[in-house]
Design a protein around this ligand. Sequence first.
Ligand code: 76R
Length: 282
Amino acid sequence: MNRPTHGHGAQQLPDPTIKLTEGWHCLHLYYTVDQSQLNGVHEHQRAEGREQLAEILNPDREGAPTRIQTSIISGSRADLGVMIMDPDPLVIDGVKQATRASRLGAVLKPSWSFVSITEISEYVPTLEQYSERLQREGTDPSDPAFEAKLNAYGQRLPAMNKQRQYPDFPPYPVVSFYPMNKIRDPHANWFSLPFSRRSALMAEHATSGIKFAGRVSQLITASTGFDDWEWGVTLWGRAPEHIKEIVYTMRFDEASARYAEFGPFYIGYVTAPEDAIKHLKL
Ligand code: 76R
């Protein structure tokens, strides 16, 4: 009996792996401090726990995840935030387990987390699509400005794609994180729009985002199949008001106004692990 075969046969498929073909795994962790647990820890164990935690969160320690950033979170949903990225999801999970197994493990209550991966969005225009867009927007290919714009984009694109898949943390002190979906409402179903329409809406979205260059840096990580929402939005701000302004501004973009829904918002301030530990009075 004939059975369907898979492509070119199993021996030609890459080895099974928990690493991504491209990009990094990403985890946002949130903790609250349980004071009644902390009261029960002897001072010498507390001191040991503080040291362990500072080391676990230290981005420069041996075996540290490729990226790890600690922040102090405002509001009662969390006290401490940790954002981690690495090619290996078990290196990332190692931070969570080491925190739990430390002397302060019972004190730091996990209050929320978000699992995602980095990606290049399907709406990032290729050079060819960018050229078509310039023409659609009225720049003639014979116009010297056309070539200048196209060249500039071609120069920018590799670095932009690297920053989407293998991001560096920007040097900004304010960090906001929230998850979001594009809705599947019978009257506004993002996923039943044709690609051309979604692409046009995302182009409008990107145009409004670019106005925040130098004030806000954004990282969109994908979480379909990994967590309860479709994307995680991490925004870093040069100052707090820019976060409010960009999120408010984007509410008016059709891609957000009509199609987006949002989960809980976490706002925090980036700190060295030792400073966060001091601030939390652990
Ligand atoms: O990656 C790029 O910079 C290219 C253009 C771009 C894409 C494809 C872009 C630009 N975004 C893209 C995709 Mn975005 N973004 C959000 C939010 O609060 C809200 O209303 C929405 C949350 C913000 C604040 C934001 C900011 N963006 C996406 C996607 C994925 C869609 C998909 O793949 O289906 C989501 C969910 C999303 C949401 N976006 C920008 C910004 C900013 C500031 C920019 C300009 C970036 C720059 O300066 O280069």
